[in-house]
Design a protein around this ligand. Sequence first.
Ligand SMILES: *[C@@H]1O[C@H](CO)[C@@H](O)[C@H](O)[C@H]1NC(C)=O
Ligand SMILES: *[C@@H]1O[C@H](CO)[C@@H](O)[C@H](O)[C@H]1NC(C)=O
Ligand SMILES: *[C@@H]1O[C@H](CO)[C@@H](O)[C@H](O)[C@H]1NC(C)=O
Ligand SMILES: *[C@@H]1O[C@H](CO)[C@@H](O)[C@H](O)[C@H]1NC(C)=O
Length: 632
Amino acid sequence: MCGICCSVTLSIERDRDDLLHKNLLHNLKRRGPNSSQQVLKTGTDYHCLFSGHVLHLRGLLTPQPIEDERGNVFLWNGEIFSGIDVAVEENDTQIMFNHLSSFNNESEIMSLFSSVHGPWAFIYYQASSHSVWFGRDYFGRRSLLWHFSNTGNGFCLASVGTQAAEIVNQWQEVPACGIFRIDLKSSALSKHVVLKLYPWKCISRENIIEEVVRSLNLISDSLPPFVSIEINEARLCLNTPVAPLNKRLTQGSFDSHSHSSSIPATIENLQIFLRDEHMKKQVHQLIHVLSEAVKRRVLCLTRTESQYVNDEFSKTSSKKANIAILFSGGIDSMVIASLADRHIPFDEPIDLLNVAFMTKPTRHTALTKKSSKPKKHLQTPSEENIKGLATPTDNVQDQNFNVPDRLTGRAGLKELKSLNPLRIWNFVEVNVTLEELQRMRQHRINQLVHPLDTVLDDSIGCAVWFASRGIGYITKEDEMQLYESSAKVVLTGIGADEQLAGYSRHRVRFNTHGLEGLNKELEMELDRISSRNLGRDDRVIGDHGKEARFPFLDENVVSFLNSLSILEKADLTLPRGIGEKLILRLAALELGLTASTVLPKRAMQFGSKIAKMENNNEKASEKCSRLQVLSE
Ligand SMILES: *[C@@H]1O[C@H](CO)[C@@H](O)[C@H](O)[C@H]1NC(C)=O
Ligand SMILES: *[C@@H]1O[C@H](CO)[C@@H](O)[C@H](O)[C@H]1NC(C)=O
Ligand SMILES: *[C@@H]1O[C@H](CO)[C@@H](O)[C@H](O)[C@H]1NC(C)=O
Ligand SMILES: *[C@@H]1O[C@H](CO)[C@@H](O)[C@H](O)[C@H]1NC(C)=O
């Protein structure tokens, strides 16, 4: 994970052009603590300040920005997991730059970015054409924002923004609909910035131009008057790195069983599906492709002996974790944890980060209220079941953090321990009080969630920030100890629900619009995952100098899941806890997991109880007033 930034002034005046706003610089440095550098490029009509902040994860440390003898400059916040050769000791930044600076025409640039598999955002200054190229990968797994100055003479691109009260102009996320080029020289001369779009193209979609025009219109609505956007003259496109979604409804074997919503979500009922040979084959293919995705994400890292802390008792017990997992004990995080266990060196601990927000200590009043009034808030059955599990003998202090995700997390830990008793599993209990939540939101998190601004963004942004910080308690020799995760890579299960119909809105859609409607919904959700989730999550996790990695959004995993019919992935005629993400539940079963395979989906904001902490009456889609920055 790196912090990258390019600030462009489209005039020859040099007032404050070699200084970035101090908040912006601070936010960028937090993402890349290992090296910070600046490069200033001055053309006859413009100047650009490039600022690069590197988190060192693999190969030799390559400080950014990098420059070549022709004056090209490159900033890279990405990981090449495949598609382009990178040897173990090489750094991907240098490799991408070597390719770019050897190119003479635009189609070569298209084929380079079409072949990278992995998350990326980049900024490339091409000296010969006085152009800045930039963009995000197909899913938008890395954040990049733009900000056009309101005086019309410049713009800024950065991994993360600032939300200082004195800055009027808003940052916006760079849309992940392709890569962009801005000709700085002609922009300076015409006093008008033209964004040239090089869109992603899915070969099988006929109406490509129509779609591009639609996204152009959407983008241009949000741009200031001196900025416009158009498709590049040569009509060059990038090839989408994944296969298109299979929307056929004929194949598949789930429909050959007679099922109904009365079938309870039990392991035995799940097992029945594995008797089908075709189904079993698909499940094993999923395990294979997901396992490879996890492997790439846990092994692309430098591991050295120095990770051992000097400890006279045992080396193993003091080896540090390199990999952490955002862990609720739900099916997605359990599958990732069990696959990570296959690939991470056997003597290296794995950190399981489990976040809980303190619930108000008014249990009895809440209970009486509930019984006297009809329920306003629709609770998931699981939430209620789990609550019932809290033993009455727990002390009050304890119960405050015994939220649903904490309980499923502990249960999940037990399953993982029986799967591999020799592994050190650090179950990190991150307990967040209301006071700390409010302090850190004002101090940091609101800047990172920005420009997203809803109640849901606030809940998820805060929950992910505290969880990925990795400061909490672990139980060692029956004692609670304060613990800080040293892992620089954080795996998350995002993308599973979007592809496998995990959300309750998918059931609603299925019930009202059938399988066709469900297919459309799933396609739309993967299309918008960049702007809904990934930019925000990348900014939030990157703030700790850690890197988020998303196995369910590996190109090969998405292509495999896209190649299946919806009938092979989920069956929403079955009840919660079995029907949604059915294929993943079967995979979990084959991996040796037990009770967690039939846990219903529970959204993080409810599982961690953050949504209950401050204001129960808000809608998730409302603007969140708590995210606003107070002027100092
Ligand atoms: C990178 O920075 C982090 C945080 O300051 C530090 O813990 C780590 O040792 C640094 N890594 C290298 C290779 O310098
Ligand atoms: C980055 O990797 C290249 C090889 O790809 C190497 O030549 C270069 O020295 C590395 N950069 C640094 C700063 O070590
Ligand atoms: C771009 O350059 C490559 C390699 O030099 C060449 O094969 C290709 O034909 C060129 N394309 C155009 C459109 O000039
Ligand atoms: C954190 O919460 C758990 C309940 O899940 C509790 O057992 C533990 O004592 C809490 N730790 C602290 C330090 O509050």
